[in-house]
Design a protein around this ligand. Structure first.
Ligand code: 3PY
Length: 251
């Protein structure tokens, strides 16, 4: 790809706080010479130990979600401000598992993204179609719409702290991967959507990741695509050697 890649692990609901320390400590020496940015998005309760373990390394720590309010009566939720105060630098919004199991919508994804930007975080916004939508031939429109809604109110300056991850829902945690061509095609649609909103320069600058069962075996081909600027990595991000191989493929 043309841009510096960002490889971000999405640990999902895995690893205790003690295990997080072990995993970061295992990954760190393997990725220390990375030519891409390396991020680990971890469960809330792992953030403190992950940040501690990542000190002095090139690994940046992210969260997997945030609430849209700064504080308030939202039992069980965590705000972007709270994440920032812990030393978190990145946050994922709109992951398909959030949309599918926890009722996140394009509108709440936009609100979470807004809050994360206001808190000073870099946001990995996930978009992507269900299998039925791909079969209906509406992938491009759908992903363009998800992108536009998520970016509602985002200024050109703020856009520099946005990464968009294309994650076809049928490829999430299923072991199915989009072909490199399919991934590139939709990442290009996302870039074209950004161009329509912010112009050519912003579109050329934005990082568009592919996510969805990216692993050590398929990363090189996916990352070689011109519009794929990195990956959001599920299962393989829990295996130090596999994650490091993906980082190498992006370098
Ligand atoms: C996956 O690879 O399954 C992911 O969901 C990455 O976010």
């Amino acid at each position: 790809a043309v841009r510096k890649a960002v490889i971000a692990g999405n640990w999902k609901m895995n690893k205790t706080s003690a295990e997080a320390k072990e995993l970061i400590t295992a990954i760190a020496p393997l990725v220390k010479d990375a030519g891409c940015d390396v991020v680990a998005c971890v469960p809330y309760v792992d953030i403190a130990t992950a940040i501690e373990a990542a000190k002095g390394t090139n690994i940046k720590i992210g969260a997997e979600n945030c609430h849209w309010a700064v504080s308030g009566a939202f039992t069980g939720e965590i705000s972007a401000e709270m994440l920032k105060a812990c030393g978190v630098e990145y946050v994922i919004t709109g992951h398909s598992e959030r949309r599918t199991y926890f009722g996140d919508t394009d509108v709440t994804v936009q609100k979470r993204t807004r809050a994360a930007l206001d808190a000073g975080l870099t946001v990995i916004v996930c978009v992507g179609e269900y299998l039925e939508q791909r079969e209906q031939g509406i992938t491009d429109e759908l992903v363009a719409m998800q992108t536009k809604i998520a970016l509602g109110g985002v200024t050109e300056e703020e856009l520099k702290r946005i990464i968009i991850a294309y994650e076809p829902v049928w490829a999430i945690g299923t072991g199915k991967t989009a072909t490199a061509e399919q991934a590139n095609e939709v990442c290009a649609v996302i870039r074209a959507t950004v161009k329509s909103l912010y112009g050519e320069k912003a579109a050329e600058g934005i990082t568009v990741q592919y996510g969805g069962s990216m692993n050590a075996g398929n990363a090189a081909e996916l990352l070689a695509q011109p519009d794929v600027d990195g990956g959001l990595i599920g299962g393989a991000s829990l295996k130090p050697n596999d994650f490091a191989a993906i980082v190498d493929a992006a370098t």
